[in-house]
Design a protein around this ligand. Structure first.
Ligand SMILES: Cc1cc2nc3c(=O)[nH]c(=O)nc-3n(C[C@H](O)[C@H](O)[C@H](O)COP(=O)(O)O)c2cc1C
Length: 225
């Protein structure tokens, strides 16, 4: 009788252990799945949104852009760069990392015309201004949205400084531009020339006055991409 009871007990314990083993195994699978899910955003590609705007690159008086023009938007009482506003919209949709292309020496002029002349002179001489901001881990990004205003039918020279600082071979550059009507001019060709091994995707141009209401256009463009 004792023997029978003992063999029943052993069978019950053996079944119990087997059950536990199965639970542990399935818990292991769940962990694996969780890890895979956590890794997937990386597999989809890390996104950087690098942009240049005039606001933030001119000397400020008491925290305010000293040479604001009629085309500069005012958000929450502060002057806001047109290109920055579009960059923020892209960030909201993609969840990418924002990066402001900031010059080491800001434009030091006290009127808008003087500033426009300074930017033109810099462009005609092909100057590459030193940058105050740098992307530490550029190799970790797969897609780089690159935003800039059209300046004299070209990119601001600081955007060339940015483009020439990194090796973007194999990455996708997605240009976006704001302007007073010139669109991209020849800037797409200039980006391709600066980074011949990168894939340059369909860009988006927004007219300066349409910037505040460009949300739908930005979303449609991102969906197309
Ligand atoms: C120095 C300078 C040059 C410009 N040149 C052009 C131009 O050639 N064509 C154009 O359509 N808009 C031109 N603009 C207008 C800007 O491209 C436009 O206002 C842009 O949205 C400004 O963006 P931001 O606020 O991000 O700097 C120029 C503006 C500046 C300040």
């Amino acid at each position: 009788m004792k023997k029978i009871l003992l063999s029943i007990l052993i069978t019950v314990m053996a079944l119990g252990f087997a059950g536990c083993g199965q639970q542990e195994e399935s818990a292991g699978n769940d962990n694996q799945q969780e890890q895979t899910q956590k890794q997937s955003p990386k597999e989809d590609g890390k996104v950087l949104i690098a942009y240049f705007s005039r606001v933030g690159n001119v000397q400020e008086e008491d925290g305010v852009d000293a040479v604001a023009s009629a085309s500069v938007q005012v958000v929450g009482g502060q002057h806001e760069g047109n290109t920055k506003i579009i960059a923020d919209m892209i960030q909201e949709e993609t969840g990418g990392d924002l990066f402001f292309i900031e010059m080491e020496e800001k434009y030091d002029v006290d009127d808008y015309d003087g500033f426009v002349d300074a930017a033109q002179g810099e462009g005609s001489q092909g100057i590459r201004p030193a940058l105050a901001s740098h992307v530490e881990d550029m190799e970790s990004y797969d897609t780089i949205y690159l935003g800039f205003p059209n300046w004299w039918f070209d990119m601001p020279m600081a955007v060339y400084s940015f483009l020439e600082e990194y090796d973007l071979a194999g990455k996708t550059i997605v240009p976006f531009c704001t302007s007073g009507g010139s669109g991209f001019s020849d800037t797409i060709a200039a980006i391709e020339e600066a980074q011949p091994e990168a894939n340059v995707a369909e860009g988006l141009h927004i007219y300066q006055d349409d910037v505040p209401s460009a949300g739908d256009e930005v979303r449609q463009w991102l969906n197309r991409l």
